[in-house]
Structures are given as C-alpha cells and as structure tokens.
Design a protein around this ligand. Structure first.
Ligand code: HEM
Length: 200
C-alpha cells in the first residue's frame, strides 16, 4: 500500500505541491468575494490564514516521522510545504497589520507588547525568516552542516506558533488540545530520532 503510494508520489513533481498549496488561498479569496467569510470578515480572513499556516507548519514537521514510522516518502515536498507555511503565516501577519490594525504601526507595536500571544506569534515568524531565506539549493550547498543546524529553528518556531494559537483562545477548545497533542507527539518522535541517529 505504502509502496504504491510512494510510486504514485514519484509522479507528482514538487511544483504541483506549490500549486495545490495555493488552493486554500483561492478558497479564502472566494469566501471573501462571495460574502461567505463570516460576520467579521477581517477575523474570518486572519483566522483562516493562521490556520492554514499552522497546517503547513505542522505538516512539514510530520514528514520525517512519516518516513521513519510508515516509510511514506514525502521528503522531496518538504521545502514546498515549509515555504507554503511561511507564505501563509506572512499573509496572516499582513492581514493583522493591514486589515486589523489599519497600518497604524504605533498601535500595532503597542498591541504586540500588550498581548503576549502576539509576541509569541511574531517570534515564531521571525525564526522562520532565516529558514525561508536559506531554503534554496545554493544556500544548502554553501552552508552545509550549518544549514542543518539552522533549520532546527523550525522546532522552537512550531512551539511558539502553537503556543500563540492556544493563547489567543479564551478557553482552549478540544481542537486546540488536539493540535497541542499532535505537536508534542511529533516533536517527541523527532527528538527520539535525534538521539538514535546523528543525521537529524
Ligand atoms: C508561526 C506563526 C503563527 C502561527 C502558526 C499562527 C497561527 C494562528 C492561528 C491558528 C490562529 C487562530 C485561527 C483560528 O482560530 O481559526 C491565530 C490567530 C491570530 N494570530 Fe496568529 N499565527 C502565527 C503568527 C502570527 C503573527 C506573526 C501575528 C501578528 C503579529 C499573528 C496574529 C494573530 C491574530 C491577531 C490572531 C487572532 C486573535 C483573535 O482573534 O483574538 N499570528 N494565529
């Protein structure tokens, strides 16, 4: 079954993953234009972008455990998934600064300092910037071992992003607990691999 799936996946170029990854954006644009985004369109857009970003971020984290535990090989899509996570989280940030804060930078800065969950979110995003900038082949070649170590920043980024998501809820929902369990589970599996192998 997994072998057949891997054989099918070999026919799917990474470029197709970028295109498929843009579908949620198309869906959000469609909901906005058709009036289906909800009673508060700003929150509707902002929340959906954050949620899609979280999906890709956690999805990227699941790729190595999926290979080691089930032999499902999605490794060649890891860069696309990571860049899509960065793209949606950047749009989530833009939605907040532009739609929510109305580009009022002073108010945005005050809000950032006043609400710790926003500070966690921006810290997670800041950690993702060097990863996105060094995701190209030239950087992988140039940085070698440093590249691997640098890209471990994704773990604190996921933790900060996850904490941001949980904290912005008034009361943590069942969905929130499920996300927390998935992130903790994936990190536990990932770090048990680190201890078992030096390849990371
Ligand atoms: C890795 C980084 C981040 C992730 C994974 C993330 C994810 C999320 C998620 C999943 C939600 C809730 C969506 C829902 O309830 O359906 C959310 C809400 C929110 N996020 Fe983020 N986010 C990140 C970074 C940021 C940044 C950089 C900002 C802006 C500084 C930000 C601002 C917000 C705001 C304003 C809300 C809504 C809070 C509310 O409605 O009260 N996020 N985020």
């Amino acid at each position: 079954m997994i072998a057949q799936l891997n054989a099918l996946l070999r026919r799917l170029p990474p470029g197709a993953v970028y295109l498929l990854g843009l579908l949620p954006l198309g869906w959000i644009v469609w909901l906005t234009l058709s009036g289906g985004i909800g009673v508060d369109p700003v929150k509707g857009i902002e929340h959906r972008l954050g949620k899609v970003g979280l999906w890709f971020l956690v999805g990227g984290l699941a790729i190595t455990p999926a290979l080691r535990l089930t032999r499902l090989n999605l490794i060649r899509y890891r860069r696309a998934v990571g860049l899509l996570a960065f793209f949606y989280i950047a749009l989530h940030l833009v939605a907040w600064v532009w739609l929510d804060m109305g580009l009022l930078w002073r108010q945005a800065a005050t809000d950032l300092l006043k609400r710790p969950y926003l500070f966690l979110g921006i810290s997670a995003f800041a950690l993702l910037i060097p990863l996105a900038l060094t995701s190209n082949d030239a950087s992988v070649r140039r940085l070698r071992g440093t590249w691997r170590r640098l890209h471990r920043l994704v773990y604190p980024a996921v933790l900060l992003g996850g904490a941001h998501y949980l904290w912005q809820m008034k009361v943590i929902s069942i969905e929130g607990w499920i996300w927390a369990a998935v992130v903790v589970g994936l990190l536990a599996v990932r770090f048990s691999f680190f201890r078992g192998s030096s390849r990371g």
